[in-house]
Design a protein around this ligand. Sequence first.
Ligand SMILES: [Zn+2]
Ligand SMILES: [Zn+2]
Length: 304
Amino acid sequence: MDITFWGVRGSYPVPGAATVRYGGQTSCVEVRTASGESLIVDAGTGLRALGQRLAREHGGKPREHHILLSHVHWDHIQGLPFFEPAYVPGTQISVYASLAAADELKPVIGGITRHEFFPMPLESVPAHFEFQEVEPGASFCIGAFEIMPIALNHPFGAVGYRITADGTTVAYVSDTAPFDLVLHKRHFLSGLEPLTDDDRAALGAMKASLVDALRGVDTVVYDTHFLPHEYEKFPHYGHSTPEHGIEICKESGARCLVLYHHAPSHDDDMMDDLAARYAKTGEDQGLEIVTAREGMVLAIGAPA
Ligand SMILES: [Zn+2]
Ligand SMILES: [Zn+2]
């Protein structure tokens, strides 16, 4: 199984001269088995190039596609209307997401193609879309992939996914804050209220389930949007730092941590510095740390 990074940014796309090496498209990865089964996780603007590649591969013939969404913030869905296979008649596209982040999936996702925003409404798109609700802790299979959704701490909720295939496991953990502020049930502006005992218990349980879900996982792709000094200013945004990712990976015994969902303000020079620094930190701690860049392909279960 391998994973290809089609978009590695959080918040909004920033393609341009300052981001050519790490890439400017937003969150989207593809996981593929050795036999060529494909699973898409998140549908940020990186999905556009992936769609072009899939359409080319399939020679314009209709296929089935499966897209797991972490949540429905713009940077995780904005590529959907530009997914080329959606315009091939007979194509079937199943979208999986947790309702924690949306009242109803179809109107929310269909809403991004309302006539005010986009020339073709979801109902008129040639592909057939299907929406499936996922629940943290409830595993399911798509072809050769066994998938377990994991609850995350993000404004109005997000889910990570543990994905097992080809005898190995990768986890996609984006977006999430660390587990010391309640964000998953609230708007971020109210995330800074003092914690109650119930809040503390709920956050502790959420962190414990995440660590448990990641036990035995080979590679963990983690939301490390902020550097520690940036996180101090915006703890209520719902994102983590590499230090938070390292802590979770050490506790669960993962082999490799991939830094992901980079802040749009981190240009290539800053990313080079950050990548080198955390690779060294990882070496010192017995954890391989890789920084995601657009176009990168990682073999799961093997050192990079
Ligand atoms: Zn995001
Ligand atoms: Zn988000």
